[in-house]
Design a protein around this ligand. Structure first.
Ligand SMILES: [Zn+2]
Length: 190
């Protein structure tokens, strides 16, 4: 919507940037307010460029062919995990084929709900997990993927929507710890 961007442009300050919102005041916001500034708004793009990756360049397709990364295989969907993570656990409920949520049928929608709930419960039951968050970004991969992310118990600073921002800065957890949790999740989903 060009209008949306026009209204946003009309709200920028003398420095050409939007003022910071309320989030920097949140105690869970990962960055200090001093020196923080918004990036300038970019150009309008409609039609949007096709950001879908070819299956050959798709990390989700690659993970689906790695036995260590596949936690469960359903009819149309599967549950996988990334190769490494800085959080106690991360899983993704994904389409078994290289397709988007926009492309799957109602049976797949029902399976998505069931697998998300079961994966949520399996991850929530792991030792050391305080809460589990579920998001869909897709990052232009062209492959349906819903993220299930565990927050470490007692680390309240990581709670809420900034969890992936913290995850990007934190060091990876030991691989043997991650693998042991994967076995527990795999067993719970079986
Ligand atoms: Zn793919």
């Amino acid at each position: 919507m060009q209008e949306f961007l026009d209204r946003a442009q009309a709200a920028v300050g003398d420095d050409g940037r939007l003022r910071l919102g309320r989030m920097p005041e949140w105690e869970v916001f990962p960055f200090e307010r001093d020196g923080l500034r918004a990036r300038p708004l970019t150009e309008y793009a409609d039609p949007e460029p096709d950001r879908r990756r070819d299956p050959a360049d798709c990390r989700t397709c690659r993970a689906l062919s790695s036995a260590a990364q596949v936690l469960h295989t359903g009819d149309r969907l599967a549950v996988i995990r990334p190769g490494a993570t800085s959080l106690p656990f991360v899983a993704n409920v994904v389409a078994r084929e290289h397709e988007l949520l926009d492309d799957v049928d109602d049976d797949a929608h029902a399976e998505l709900g069931r697998l998300l709930a079961r994966t949520y419960l399996a991850v929530q039951a792991l030792d050391g997990v305080g809460n589990v968050h579920i998001t869909k970004w897709e990052n232009g991969s062209g492959h349906l993927s819903v993220n299930v992310m565990a927050r470490p118990r007692g680390v309240l600073q990581l709670r809420g929507s900034n969890l992936p921002v913290w995850a990007d800065m934190l060091p990876d957890i030991p691989q043997d710890e991650y693998d042991a949790r994967a076995e527990a999740v795999r067993a719970a989903l079986a």
